[in-house]
Write a protein that binds this ligand. Structure first.
Ligand SMILES: [Zn+2]
Length: 282
């Protein structure tokens, strides 16, 4: 699934390409992709035609194409979505559900599993997304984790994936950050020491920045807005490396399911420490 670095890589490219360009036509919009939207597919097509894009923004894993009217188009890539800018002459891939035409250029959303989302965000209306702090912003740090994790018995891995606490982290970067901070994914979030939370906050920023430098991680689906795979998969320590030796200590990487999600960790570098008693909230 595209996470913050992948979505930001796409945003960065489209943000340099689209502002100042006008949408000549909405060539295709699949009504099944339009979810929790105040305007349906047909209305969105009418509202977008002739509009000029003034900016491309990102919040968590969501993209916003901002229009000259103050309205915006929300795009989410779901599990397998691709958003690629191509010549209108290029063959249209199967499972393409949205095509915006800008002169000779088309921006195409392709999503075989259709878990992605397209929605209209009228001017002055907050988008229907509940998102916590941006982990690469100056607002994110040890204090964020102290507030978010306080008294929580949920596994730290699960807490990191909660978009309402931290926006944009998914399975890859949660696993990588926990490895870098030497924290077992099944530790109760509320049991982490302040020192561990300090390490984890720094690790989250590090793994996201490192991936941005490599234009994201590609396993199967993700490509950037030019259609090229990212290169961060070569730099991962635990994600997708079950059974392979830890790059730090040579112990074999293990996989466990935490909160319904696969979690990869090194049993030596991320030992399950004795749980610290959490003071109850009452
Ligand atoms: Zn190790």
């Amino acid at each position: 699934m595209p996470e913050l670095p992948e979505v930001e890589t796409i945003r960065s490219y489209l943000g340099g390409l689209l502002p100042g360009k006008s949408i000549d036509a909405v060539v295709r919009i699949d009504p099944r992709m339009v979810k929790r939207s105040p305007a349906d597919a047909e209305a969105i097509a009418n509202l977008l035609s002739g509009r000029e894009v003034i900016a491309v923004d990102r919040r968590g894993k969501f993209l916003f194409l901002r229009m000259d009217t103050g309205d915006a188009l929300l795009l989410h890539l779901g599990m397998s979505g691709r958003l690629v800018a191509e010549s209108r002459e290029a063959p249209v891939p199967i499972h393409t559900h949205l095509i915006l035409r800008f002169g000779d250029l088309e921006v195409r959303l392709t999503d075989p599993r259709r878990f992605g989302r397209v929605a209209w965000v009228p001017k002055g209306v907050q988008p229907d997304v509940q998102l916590g702090v941006e982990p690469l912003s100056r607002h994110f740090g040890t204090k964020t984790l102290q507030d978010a994790f306080h008294g929580r018995r949920v596994a730290v891995k699960t807490a990191l994936l909660n978009q309402q606490l931290i926006a944009g982290l998914g399975n890859i970067y949660a696993d990588e950050a926990l490895f870098r901070a030497n924290i077992h994914p099944e530790r109760a979030a509320g049991s982490l020491t302040v020192e561990e939370m300090r390490r984890l906050a720094r690790a989250v920023k590090h793994v996201l920045r490192q991936s941005l430098e490599h234009r994201g991680t590609s396993f199967s689906d993700y490509v950037d807005a030019l259609g090229h795979p990212g290169e961060n998969q070569a730099y991962l320590h635990v994600y997708g490396r079950e059974g392979k030796p830890c790059r730090r200590c040579r112990q074999r990487i293990q996989r466990v399911v935490v909160g319904g999600r696969s979690s990869h960790f090194c049993p030596r570098c991320q030992a399950q420490q004795p749980s610290i008693t959490v003071r109850s909230a009452d």
